[in-house]
Each structure stands twice: as C-alpha cells, then as structure tokens.
Ligand binder design. Structure first.
Ligand code: MG
Length: 421
C-alpha cells in the first residue's frame, strides 16, 4: 500500500485532451479571520478572501497563481450572492484576463458552492478540474503541477503534509482521552484535482442526499469509491482562518515582496613611501612615490573587498588574508577582490553596484577612471555600468593633504536571493 506522497514527473500543458479548469471557492463568510478576540468585527471586517495582503485581495493573489499556470486553461471563482461588488473591486486588473470566466454564485455550504462551480463549467467538458480554497493565497505553481501530474495516473489527487505534531483526542472536559498514532496521517490541502466527470457525478449523487455533508472534495470522491492519491503539499500553502493567520499572511506576503538588499561599506588607507608607481583599483600608475603595504597596497581594491564582504557579514579582508601570512606578501589585490566576489555569489548574492572614492593629492585619477572601472569589471565579472570610480583631493589638509598617504572609501550593493524584477 502506498503510504507516502508521490512525486509525479511531468504534465502535458499542450495536450488538447488535457484541458484543466480551476474552481476557486470564495463563497464562505470567513469572519473568524476579521474578528477580534471579543468576537466583535474589526475595522477590516468582511470575508477573509477579500482582505488585502500587500495591496491585493487574498482572492486576487490566489487567482493570479492559477491564471499564470500554463496547464490551467480556465478559472472560475465561486462567490457569495452578497459579494458581487466586493468581487469586482478585489479582482480589478484581472477581470479582463482571457482565462477568467464570470463568477458563479455559491450555495449554503462549501459542498453546494463547489457543486455550483462544477455545473457552471460542465458545458466546456474539461478533462480535469482543480478545486482550491480562495483563502490559500500562498499556493505555488509547483504544487499545482504535482497535483496535475498525479491525475495522469489517478482519478483524484490532493496535496498533503505528513502530520508532525503528536495528536491527542480530548473529551468535553478538556482532558486527554488518548494519543493517536500519527503514522500515515496527513493534513489535506488544496488544490484537490479530479477527473472532471468523476467529481461532477460524485457531487450530483451527494446533492440529493441531505444527510451527508463533506468538508472537502476528496472526501466526496472517497465516498464515491474512487482512490485518491496523496502528493507532496507545501508548508507555506496554509489556509487563512483566524485573525492571527491573516496577520501572519500579511507579514509573509510583505516579506516575500521586499528584496533582501544589502549595502556594504569599506575603508582603507596606505602610507605613501619612496617608489615610482602605485596600484589603484587594479591599475598600475607611474607616480613619484609608492604605497607601503604587505600586498600591492591597492587601497581601492582593498576598500571594495571589505565593502563586498560586509554585504554578507563575512568578516573583512584581514580575516580572509591575514597580513601575518607570508603567502600574501606582494600579492596582487585582484586576488582579494575576486575572492570577495566569489563569497558573495556563494551566499546567493547578486552584485548590483560597486562604488569607489579615492582621496589623494596625486596622482590624478580622472585620466585613469575608465581604465580602473574596466579593471574592476575584469576582476569581478560585473559590467562597467554598475561600477563607479570617483576621486577627490583633500584640499592639502591632513595626512592625505600633505601627501603622506592615500585613502579609499567603497560601497557595494548586493541583492541576496536574486535580483527583484
Ligand atoms: Mg589595505
């Protein structure tokens, strides 16, 4: 007997015989999510599927995922008879989508609402249908694909998570009666997928029985004698039921929409000494002096290396390349910068901008600016348009003004986890 969720491998988006329709159930009143602890409706009262998360209604987030999925050919939303205006307002921007069909009015129960949705699309004769709760806005394309794939082998499939908590049965006094073995127990999610004719017939059969009511469609398929395949669910695909769920969903949705942008800063200075050239930003420049240092003393690349390491909180140039280690004596600083670029990439970061300011009385930087940008681009693999080099004198003030040393400041911007589009 199969005891763990299956992992299907493919679905056929282009097969004309595989038209797959989604029915989104949004007819519930769901006031539990919008009432305070006292049970009083809050300022945001109204069904949870119309609450706003990150400037869009919960329902619009949910519907968008199905509209965007290549295997879904049409989407029908089942709404409460009182919610037509709410629906139009909440779905603004999606109403003209070619895949979105007009909403269908639901019934007195979830089961009756789904039934209405199925009857409304029966004329289109879809091969399969996905039935999904509007209050699960974090549904992702992969979960939908897993359910659809499973339907190639089975008449019914649902995403589910193995129960992790120990389960207790309690009595009416709040006392534990027994502990339930959680082996092979799963928490059911949606979308639940079905061969269309099978679930429509099951609903028709159930609709003439007033003594039974099912809380999900899988139970209805089971009642009709069909096997239902379990596929891997997604922990993020939770249902918004309580006010706390709504608060958590707002937090998660906002967090997901803000890219993790890091800005790192670096500073370096080296003393000017006797010599005939300096290395600045990867470029060898003839000069009346040199810079003292363990390596090639390239203050520009050192400051930039520190700025990059700073974006991922990964120490500084000294901790990666200790001056006490003889192998770095006379080293070219491109090694340091290249290492920092690699560390950022390994941390999942994308460098979007690097900026160096050199502060010195001499040599003149302007004539070398673009060659420096090109050198940094060569070392880092980052395009020149994202690399700035600037320079200023110190107005003959202080140690830099007296020509005793050169200072470099650098800033690096990195987006962790990829660049927001
Ligand atoms: Mg240095």
């Amino acid at each position: 007997m199969e005891t763990s969720p299956q992992t299907p491998t493919k679905y056929s988006a282009d097969d004309p015989g595989s038209a797959c329709h989604a029915v989104i159930v949004a007819a519930g009143r769901g006031h539990r999510a919008t009432k305070g602890a006292s049970g009083e409706a809050s300022a945001n009262s109204g069904p949870k599927q119309y609450q706003v998360l990150n400037e869009k209604a919960v329902l619009a987030h949910t519907v968008q995922v199905f509209l965007d999925h290549p295997v879904v050919s049409g989407v029908t939303v089942v709404i409460h008879a009182d919610d037509a205006d709410l629906y139009r307002h909440s779905m603004e921007g999606l109403l003209d989508h070619a895949k979105l069909l007009p909403p269908v009015t639901g019934g007195a129960t979830r089961q009756a609402s789904v039934f209405n949705g199925l009857e409304a699309i029966a004329h289109a004769e879809p091969a399969s249908v996905l039935i999904h709760d509007a209050a699960r806005p974090f549904i992702d394309a992969d979960t939908i694909s897993r359910v659809v794939c499973a339907l190639e082998q089975s008449t019914a499939a649902l995403p589910a998570l193995a129960v992790a908590d120990t389960l207790k049965r309690g009595d009416t006094d709040g006392l534990v009666v027994d502990t339930i073995d959680r082996t092979r127990l799963y928490a059911a999610q949606t979308p639940q997928g079905f061969v269309f004719d099978v679930i429509l017939q099951a609903h028709r059969n159930a609709s003439i029985r007033s003594d039974i009511e099912f809380t999900d469609d899988s139970a209805l398929a089971e009642w009709s004698g069909h096997s239902v395949v379990l596929v891997e669910g997604d922990a993020r695909n939770s249902k918004i039921t309580t006010a706390d769920d709504l608060k958590e969903a707002k937090r998660a949705m906002t967090h997901a929409s803000i890219p993790d942008i890091r800005v790192g800063h670096g500073y370096d200075t080296h003393q000017q000494v006797a010599g005939d050239h300096v290395w600045l930003c990867g470029l060898r420049i003839d000069h009346t002096h040199g810079l003292s240092g363990h390596s090639d003393a390239d203050v520009g690349l050192h400051a930039l290396t520190d700025a990059l390491l700073s974006t991922i909180a990964d120490g500084d140039i000294g901790s990666h390349f200790p001056p006490s280690d003889p192998q770095w004596k006379g080293a070219r600083s491109d090694v340091f910068l290249h290492h920092a670029v690699t560390r950022v990439a390994q941390a999942g970061g994308t460098i979007t901008h690097m900026d160096v300011t050199l502060i010195c009385e001499a040599p003149k930087i302007g004539p070398h600016r673009d060659a420096m940008r090109a050198a940094i681009s060569d070392i880092s693999g980052i395009e020149m348009g994202r690399i700035a080099v600037k320079a200023t004198t110190n107005e003959q003030i202080g140690f830099v003004g007296r020509g005793e040393g050169i200072v470099a400041l650098a800033t690096a911007t990195v987006v962790l986890g990829g660049v927001a589009s």
